[in-house]
Design a binder for this molecule. Structure first.
Ligand SMILES: Cc1ncc(COP(=O)(O)O)c(C=O)c1O
Length: 417
């Protein structure tokens, strides 16, 4: 039985932080809190197993290598992928950069089009702008509807442009909360543009929904461990194995650990996909921590995690829409069969800057994010200078949202609006 109050007890931050149990943490889309099992797994690795991987013949190195391989396998299983398809990075941003350098630089040329959308996080925009500068390709943006969904007419029109080589799209928007019908879009992309590659940014979906790399038929899927109860400093990109085997995607970091042979004249790289893309010493402890987070989430059942998130999103929409000073951002009218909104509710407060709202909320113990949330093109599109975002995870309760609403009453008092 999924019970956020019991789950909350697994997270030491709610008792160990300076605000004590008064902390109402509504900023999980920026980074999630970590359960004790994740912290323990990391400590235990350093206490019992720490040694460099793939390099030693001694037992400890063997054991560390085994733990690294097992952790990769656990993370891959969580995403319904094979561990050979997983390239470990520090986070989503590094993963997208990796695809830009490792795939884009070798496969794009002048005149090609990279397609992304106006709801993307800067990571899924800036990397492509830089890739376009290097290759002579251009970046096109899929438009949005007024209610913050992808404009499917714009998507189809852009997908029909000649020479679209990549579609890079978020599964869930970090500002609008919009859940894109990603499987349907991937199918459309493959129908309209043969040879197109599709990258799914799962940074905001993986913490809340079951995500299957095998079923999505995407070429690349990127994620950050720290948003899904894992430690900071680890994330990854899943790459369709055919692209690895055919060398369509090539290493973008070079050095020890990824080579077959090195001479003064040149280097050959190992055929082993997981090693070819792991230059230098990997962050084994963080992989162990992320594997523990994946196991923790799996035990909670991702379908229940998703249902809990949905309950919080609907509760927040209901309570916040009753506050007359707020304009809520992102989808609010849903079909009877599907609520295409996940993880967060953001809003503007008429007459008060988002940072001021967040500061007053902080004074009553409610931690929310304010600003542009790394989505400046989205904010510009809708004419928002900044917004306030409340985002959720497994340890949040409806009482947290009630505390947010009570905090907004204080904003009203302080600013007299
Ligand atoms: C949708 C999305 N993509 C990418 C990122 C970048 O993640 P990171 O900072 O972990 O690289 C974020 C972070 O908020 C995000 O929400």
């Amino acid at each position: 039985m999924f019970n956020p109050l019991t789950i909350r007890q697994d997270f030491p931050i709610f008792t160990h932080n300076p605000q004590g149990d008064k902390l109402v943490y509504l900023d999980s889309a920026a980074t999630s809190q970590k359960p004790q099992v994740v912290l323990d797994a990391i400590t235990q690795y350093y206490q019992t197993t720490n040694a460099n991987v793939h390099r030693g013949v001694h037992q400890l190195s063997d054991r560390s290598t085994q733990v690294w391989d097992e952790s990769r396998a656990t993370i891959a299983k969580f995403f319904d992928a094979h561990s050979d398809e997983l390239i470990v990075t520090r986070n989503t941003t590094e993963a997208i950069n990796g695809v830009a350098y490792g795939w884009g630089d070798h496969n794009l040329q002048a005149g090609d089009i990279i397609l992304t959308s106006l709801m993307e996080h800067h990571s899924n925009i800036v990397c492509w702008q830089e890739l376009a500068k290097r290759t002579g390709a251009s970046v096109e943006y899929i438009g949005l509807t007024k209610d913050g969904r992808l404009d499917r007419t714009s998507l189809s029109a852009k997908l029909s442009l000649p020479k679209v080589k990549l579609l890079a799209l978020s599964h869930v928007s970090n500002t609008l909360g919009t859940l894109n019908p990603i499987a349907e879009i991937i199918a459309e992309a493959h129908t309209l543009q043969s040879g197109i590659r599709v990258l799914v940014d799962a940074a905001q979906s993986a913490p809340h929904l079951p995500v299957s790399f095998a079923k999505l038929d995407a070429d690349f899927l990127v994620f950050s461990g720290h948003k899904m109860l894992g430690p900071m400093g680890i994330g990854g990109v899943f790459v369709r194995s055919a692209l690895l085997q055919s060398n369509e995607v090539r290493p973008w970091l070079f050095g020890g650990g990824m080579i077959a042979a090195v001479t003064t004249k040149g280097t050959t790289f190992t055929d082993e996909a997981s090693e070819r893309f792991t230059a230098g010493t990997p962050d084994v402890a963080s992989a162990v921590g992320l594997a523990a987070a994946c196991e923790y989430l799996s035990k909670l059942h991702m379908s229940d995690v998703g249902q809990h998130d949905l309950d919080l999103v609907l509760y927040a929409l209901d309570k916040l829409s009753a506050v007359p000073q707020l304009t809520i951002i992102g989808p609010q009218d849903f079909s009877e069969t599907e609520v295409d909104r996940v993880g967060s509710v953001a809003f503007t407060y008429n007459g008060v800057h988002a940072h001021d709202v967040a500061q007053v909320l902080d004074s009553v113990g409610v931690a929310v994010r304010s600003g542009h949330h790394c989505t400046m093109p989205l904010h510009e599109q809708f004419g928002w200078t900044a917004s306030v975002r409340a985002s959720f995870n497994v340890y949040n309760t409806t009482a947290d949202i009630d505390a947010l609403v009570a905090g907004l009453a204080k904003v009203r008092q302080v600013f007299n609006v």
